[in-house]
Design a protein around this ligand. Structure first.
Ligand code: KG4
Ligand code: ZN
Length: 365
């Protein structure tokens, strides 16, 4: 199997408009020829969250520019492509539709095969793109909109072991930053404050650790932080820099402990299957957090598993992961027609019961 495949990927399910070209020859490592991402942060900043209509309009305006840019950067033309892959869900429906329509337009005009990709599969398959890891592996997907443990067995074969029943961890970091007057996105600013704080001064809850499963919950943690903030303000008339740093450190320690313990449990379930080279991979924006990375690494060392985290630009939303997931689907013979539909909800593991959870960017899985 030495066929070379060159795939164009499109992503527009949330607040990043992205296009990328990925190439792979046979079993050799896949190559990201280009990965263009246009963020929309400034368009939504006045509203405290992503506004779906604004996002959809911005995607529709930027997608073709993004595609032209990605082809140019990759040094290819539409004629060099084997297929066009597009996020067909889950996500904000207006954005997903913009991407699907753009991809259909390219497919109809060029005759290229069309491949619909599940956005979560894009994240979950990224460690194969970046590190070429073999199936099966355990994946922790942690971002502003997602949080789940998956055993990834094949390009379309996922077993969900658990996930958040309410907020995603990135959402909790963002809300914490908002509560403490720190800039968005909250993850990096809370992490920076936490570095100067005492994680033991405030003891925040470690949600759901009393339950044996791999599910998580983060909304109570944010409420506990808000109560503590209000109590300090009532007692002292305001927060000092140290109070803020200690609140951030206490909050981050609770997230770290919770993710570490639930990862330990997910790993136990995965190791029960005796994988030849046990590997744990992480993806999503929250994977940028150094304390979380270090804790996950320790859990893996303890259990004799290898830990891998893709570079951040491929952990956060991008189209290279969509092109690559499309490439894997294409190789397995999958093709979609021009009747491909955009799906707001699309769980990766259809056989697991739905979790109650939804992220800041809408219910996703
Ligand atoms: O994957 P991503 O770019 O977008 C989606 O949510 O799909 O993740 C963004 C999230 C934000 O909530 C942001 O606050 C969080 O990732 N994040 C972090 C860090 N850097 C980004 N959370 C904790 N620590 C960080 N260093
Ligand atoms: Zn995502």
């Amino acid at each position: 199997m030495t066929q070379t495949l060159t795939i164009l990927g499109l992503e527009s399910s949330c607040d990043d408009t992205a296009a990328a070209v990925v190439r792979q020859t046979g079993d050799t490592p896949a190559e990201v020829l280009s990965s263009v991402v246009f963020g929309q942060t400034e368009l939504h900043s006045a509203y405290g969250g992503v506004v779906p209509e604004i996002a959809a309009r911005a995607h529709a305006e930027k997608l073709d520019i993004c595609v032209i840019e990605a082809l140019k950067e990759a040094g290819v033309t539409l004629k060099d492509l084997d297929a066009v892959a597009v996020t067909a869900g889950p996500g904000l429906i207006g954005g997903v539709m913009s991407g699907v329509m753009c991809a259909k337009g390219i497919a109809a005009a060029t005759g290229l095969p069309l491949i619909g990709v599940n956005h979560l599969a894009g994240h979950a398959l990224t460690p194969r793109l970046t590190d070429g890891i073999a199936f099966p592996y355990l994946m922790l997907l942690v971002s502003g909109g997602h949080c789940q443990y998956l055993i990834v067995r094949g390009p379309e074969d996922f077993t969900r072991l658990g996930g958040t029943i309410d907020d995603a961890p990135g959402e909790a970091f963002d809300k914490t930053a908002r509560l403490l007057g720190l800039p968005q996105p909250g993850g990096p600013s809370v992490q920076a404050e936490a570095e100067n704080g005492d994680p033991k001064r405030f003891r925040f809850p470690r949600p759901l650790l009393d339950r044996p499963d791999c599910n998580l919950s983060f909304s109570g943690l944010k409420t506990a932080l808000m109560r503590m903030r209000d109590q300090i303000v009532a007692e002292k008339g305001g927060l000092t820099r140290q109070d803020r740093a200690d609140l951030c450190a206490g909050f981050q320690a609770a997230v770290v402990d919770t993710l570490a313990e639930k990862t330990r449990r997910a790993l136990r379930l995965y190791l029960d299957e005796s994988p030849a080279c046990p590997t744990v991979a992480v993806a999503g924006g929250v994977a940028a957090n150094t304390a979380i990375r270090a804790a996950l690494q320790d859990v893996c060392v303890e259990a004799g598993a290898t830990f891998t985290a893709p570079p951040l630009r491929l952990c956060t939303d991008n189209a290279a992961m969509i092109a690559y997931a499309g490439l894997e689907r294409f190789r397995s013979g999958a093709r979609d027609g021009l009747d491909l539909t955009a799906r707001p909800r699309w769980p990766l593991d259809q056989s697991s019961p739905a979790l109650l959870g939804s992220g800041k960017k809408g219910a996703k899985a």
